[in-house]
Design a protein. Structure first.
Ligand code: NAI
Length: 335
């Protein structure tokens, strides 16, 4: 039976890059049924709601989705739908593998790390209010349940993939209680299930400096929500930018796959966005549901295109002059 995947094209470059990735996945012969669903700024115009009820109901039923980026207004307007989806389906683990890619020239070689970000708590709880005019308060939430759950995820992930080390980024020197709890839980879980895996702690500002000096010394990075958001983009910059880093939001019984990047309004509609981050997120999804053969074929095809390095096919963020369509066609030709 074909597995149904909910597909949210998203805003900005979303439809361009999700459309490109869908062409590749269909051609790779994965046994999938697509169910296209609205969400985001575009859905307000068509459905009068940023996150229409039928979209929620479909994800509730099928428990698997691919999501394009969704625009969130800055400083005003509606709250982030990304955050809402993560909370609604309890997608507590954001997983962002950051790898050096063959043919993509950067300052570093041999980067092979994974950011594991707590996805439902921290400052992203969105609990803010004005105490008195001119003073606002924003709450950072940390629960023992949430901190232990993400630590367990990180150590299990490390074990299953034969990874050597988990490093926690924190700021428990200042946020002694919230980040202190995060550390306490990580240490406990390491003791319980982390045999054979090295455990390290680094204050997040030092962690940033160490990352840009030598990212190859890191393996699995575990952190709370806000640090994970920032560090994911920093790490994307180490291996070629936001156009190449995939991501997954995973819960116990539901998963939504999406690139780390946003809707990139500066290049939307120009057919120059790099579809690779979205495509690799799809490969993560194929592996997640056991369609490993199709995932392997796609990986071999994009690796070949990157290694060939033809500027006419690579998108501008990779130093080429190609379009989204040209890059996608080149991958299709190698499948
Ligand atoms: P962004 O990731 O959309 O763009 C940052 C920079 O990276 C831009 O210069 C953009 O052109 C470039 N870029 C991003 N993706 C690219 C791709 N595939 N190929 C080539 N270049 C690419 O971040 P920004 O500008 O901070 O956010 C724009 C909107 O996206 C905001 O509304 C934000 O809230 C939303 N956003 C949504 C996310 C999601 O849906 N998961 C994640 C991050 C941001």
């Amino acid at each position: 039976m074909k597995r149904t995947v909910c597909l949210i094209p998203g805003d900005g470059i979303g439809p361009e890059v999700t459309g490109a990735a869908r062409r590749v996945i269909d051609a790779a012969g994965a046994e999938l049924e697509w169910l296209e669903l609205p969400a985001g700024a575009g859905a307000i115009e068509t459905h009068g709601d940023i996150l229409p009820e039928p979209t929620i109901a479909a994800i509730e039923l099928h428990r698997l989705a691919l999501k394009g980026p969704l625009t969130t207004p800055i400083g005003k307007g509606f709250k982030s739908i990304n955050v809402a989806l993560r909370k609604r389906f309890n997608l507590y683990a954001a997983v962002r593998p950051v790898r050096s890619l063959a043919g993509v020239k950067t300052r570093y070689e041999g980067v092979e790390l994974v950011v594991v970000r707590e996805n439902t708590e921290g400052l992203y709880s969105g609990i803010e209010h004005e105490v008195v005019p001119g003073v606002v308060e924003s709450l950072k939430i940390a629960t023992r349940v949430g901190c232990e759950r993400i630590a367990r995820f990180a150590f299990r992930y490390a074990k299953e993939r034969g990874r050597a080390r988990v490093t926690v980024f924190h700021k428990a020197n200042i946020m002694k209680m919230s980040d202190g709890l995060f550390l306490e839980c990580a240490r406990k879980v390491h003791e319980e299930i982390g045999a054979g895996i090295e455990y390290q702690e680094l204050i997040v500002d030092n962690g940033c400096m160490q990352l840009v000096r030598d990212p190859t010394r890191f393996d699995i990075l575990l952190m709370e929500n806000l640090y994970g958001d920032l560090i994911s983009d920093l790490c994307a910059g180490l291996v070629g930018g936001l156009g190449v880093v995939p991501g997954a939001n995973i819960g116990d019984d539901c998963a939504i796959f999406e690139a780390v990047h946003g809707s990139a309004p500066d290049i939307a509609g120009k057919n120059v966005a790099n579809p690779l981050a979205v495509l690799v997120s799809r490969v993560m999804m194929l592996n997640h549901i056991g369609e490993n053969a199709a995932g392997q074929r796609i990986k071999a095809a994009y690796d070949a295109v990157l290694t060939a390095g033809d500027p006419a096919t690579l998108t501008p963020d990779l130093g080429g002059r190609g379009t989204t369509t040209a890059f996608t066609d080149a991958i299709l030709a190698r499948l």
